[in-house]
Design a protein around this ligand. Structure first.
Ligand SMILES: C[S@@+](CC[C@H](N)C(=O)[O-])C[C@H]1O[C@@H](n2cnc3c(N)ncnc32)[C@H](O)[C@@H]1O
Length: 221
């Protein structure tokens, strides 16, 4: 997969998440699944918390000759929304952007074929999570680092198409096994598809899909 060109000014770096190891691990997970994703011929792909837009842009670039998918990015940070749009145009793909808190305004059901989320996952106190500064929103995950990501869990099976895939970045402290079992209760099977230890962080990418009837919940793809 080609790595998109991303340009962030010093001013933008004050609030927008600079592409880091977690962003690249998610891109690596998508690259490993590229044949599956291309065969799926997705119609609509969504990234929650797009930051600089590097991940959704990389996906749009990788799929552009294989399907005519629509790409949508959401971020709570208006600066990130602006930068995501610019990153997509800089790399000659079209990503629509919505300034939104998580999935608050998404009402459509069973629509998204690919959903991506590299959430704020760092374990912090409640105060950091509630801090209004936009840079805090890039990393502060509250108790167990799961307080932001958990807000979308129940909605994922609602918005995902039947054959859709959801990719989530987590760290060891978030307890990946707990997250896998939380999704099992939502009739979604998941597994670790990528992991990497970098500078004191053990990063994972989890991939989920809806469990088919008569299928054991924990089975992989
Ligand atoms: C770890 S950064 C990931 C950025 C980018 N996806 C990447 O991988 O480089 C988390 C992103 O989620 C966004 N975010 C945090 N809380 C959010 C919320 N409640 N709703 C929407 N976006 C949120 C942040 O602004 C930030 O851009």
């Amino acid at each position: 997969m080609e790595t998109p060109v991303v340009k962030l000014s010093d001013e933008e770096l004050k609030t927008v998440y600079e592409p880091s190891e977690d962003s690249y691990l998610l891109i690596d997970a998508l690259e490993a699944d590229l044949e599956i994703l291309r065969r799926m011929k997705p119609a609509i792909c969504l990234e929650i918390g797009s930051g600089s837009g590097i991940v959704i842009t990389a996906l749009a670039m990788a799929l552009r000759r294989h399907c005519s998918a629509h790409f949508l990015a959401i971020d709570i940070n208006p600066d990130a929304c602006r930068v995501t749009r610019r990153t997509s145009l800089l790399n000659c793909v079209d990503v629509d952007v919505a300034h939104m808190n998580l999935l608050d305004c998404i009402r459509i059901r069973c629509t998204f074929d690919i959903v991506l989320f590299n959430p704020p996952y760092v374990v912090t106190g409640y105060e950091e999570m509630l801090d209004d500064r936009l840079l805090f929103k890039t990393w502060a995950g509250g108790k167990s680092g799961r307080q932001v990501m958990e807000q979308v869990f129940a909605k994922i099976p609602e918005i995902l198409s039947d054959a859709g895939l959801f990719y989530l970045v987590v760290i060891k402290e978030n307890d990946p096994e707990y997250i896998l079992s939380a999704f099992e209760k939502l009739n979604m099977s998941g597994k670790i598809v990528c992991e990497r230890k970098v500078r004191g962080e053990h990063l994972y990418v989890l991939r989920f899909r809806k469990t088919k009837i008569n299928e054991k919940p924990t089975s992989g793809m």
